[in-house]
Design a protein around this ligand. Structure first.
Ligand code: HMG
Ligand code: MG
Length: 310
């Protein structure tokens, strides 16, 4: 099987993970989480959203979070920006990368950002142009690339079409997102190949939610066709507020364990990510959804217990 020597992991827990929490997570906790992730060595962390607080109240404190995190040179701190208002907030907050987020399904586009796919592209145009002018990176995210909670099947051609439009806006990177985690490996490869016919393979990423337990397999399948960037969420936090029943992204700890076990470098310290996952799970009172995180925490607790007995 083909795999690269190095894979870039984009940690999306502070944004995709926490956005779905009903109870407001205090900014102190969000900042502490991002700082722990920074310390673990990520080169890209999705730290906040500059979206309408009426739509996603949990992300309303993005400016405060961005102002208080300890930035590490070499790490890009990305934020979601659906429109110019969001972009202005992102610039004021000193974001290194803005994420414009559309969908390959019309129904989801309406539910998530209240406009059609074509309208969303028109809305993203000034955002991408302004970002380019200011030297800020632009990433395009395409929801429902493997299926839609409202319309079901999403044709591969519809994904390729949005990839092309995002490319024409000047995106530096494009995310193929499986919002509801329904994709399976062969289909994922088909979608990735179609996306790569419109955009550079080494700047495409896989953003897999793990609702159906397919995410690690889908990452392996993507590696095999040359994808080198994956998104993951510490402790498997999250879900999408506009996709009922969708669970979090694949847990970062599980992805790191698999990649490191294959000899693929990430530059990230797995143990520190496990500690960060334990921290956030306890802070928000949620079970830790990383299998690797739970296994290592249990192992460490038993070794510490054994050491205490000596
Ligand atoms: P709208 O209601 O059509 O827009 O929402 P609007 O322009 O009429 O604005 C409504 C109100 O929001 C106004 O306030 C605006 O000022 C304000 P009012 O005048 O009523 O007091 N507003 C804003 N405030 C702060 N920042 C802004 C902003 N924009 C407007 N940027 C809109 C359209 C796009 C704004 C809305 O639908 C929205 O914010 N949607 C965001 C939804 C979202 O964040 N979803 C989750 C993230 S996407 C995701 O998770 C998928 C992903 O992970 C990939 C995958 O897994 O699929 C990326
Ligand atoms: Mg997502």
């Amino acid at each position: 099987m083909n795999h690269p020597n190095y894979v870039k992991i984009v940690e999306v827990g502070p944004r995709d993970g926490l956005q779905n929490e009903k109870a407001m997570v205090p900014a102190d906790i969000k900042v502490a989480l991002v700082d722990r992730l920074t310390e673990a060595g990520f080169v890209n962390i999705e730290a906040a959203s500059f979206v309408s607080p009426k739509w996603v109240p949990q992300m309303a404190d993005g400016a405060e979070v961005m102002a208080r995190i300890q930035r590490r040179p070499g790490t890009l701190y990305s934020v979601l920006t659906p429109n110019m208002k969001g972009f202005e907030g992102a610039v004021a907050a000193g974001a290194d990368e803005v994420v414009i987020f559309g969908a390959a399904s019309e129904a989801f586009s309406q539910k998530n950002i209240n406009c059609s796919i074509a309208e969303s592209i028109a809305r993203f145009e000034p955002v991408a142009a302004a970002a380019k002018e200011k030297g800020i990176r632009v990433r395009g995210s395409i929801s429902c690339s493997l299926g839609c909670p409202y319309q079901g099947e999403v044709p591969v051609a519809a994904v390729a079409d949005v990839v092309r439009r995002m490319r024409d806006l000047g995106c530096d990177e494009i995310d193929i997102a499986d919002t509801i985690g329904v994709g399976t490996p062969v289909r994922v490869q088909e979608v990735m190949r179609a996306a790569a016919s419109e955009f550079a393979l080494d700047r495409l990423s896989g953003h897999f939610h793990d609702t159906y337990g397919q995410a690690l397999s889908n990452i392996l399948a993507s590696l095999d066709v040359g994808i080198q960037i994956f998104h993951a969420s510490v402790a498997g936090l999250g879900g999408c507020p506009y996709a009922k029943g969708a669970t979090g992204n694949v847990a970062t700890e599980d992805v790191l364990y698999m990649l490191h076990g294959m000899g693929v470098r990430t530059g990230i310290d797995l143990d520190l990510v496990v500690r960060a996952g334990d921290f956030i799970s306890q802070a928000i009172g949620r079970p830790n959804n990383s299998r690797v995180g739970r296994a290592l925490l249990t192992k460490w607790a038993s070794t510490e217990g054994a050491a205490a007995c000596v």
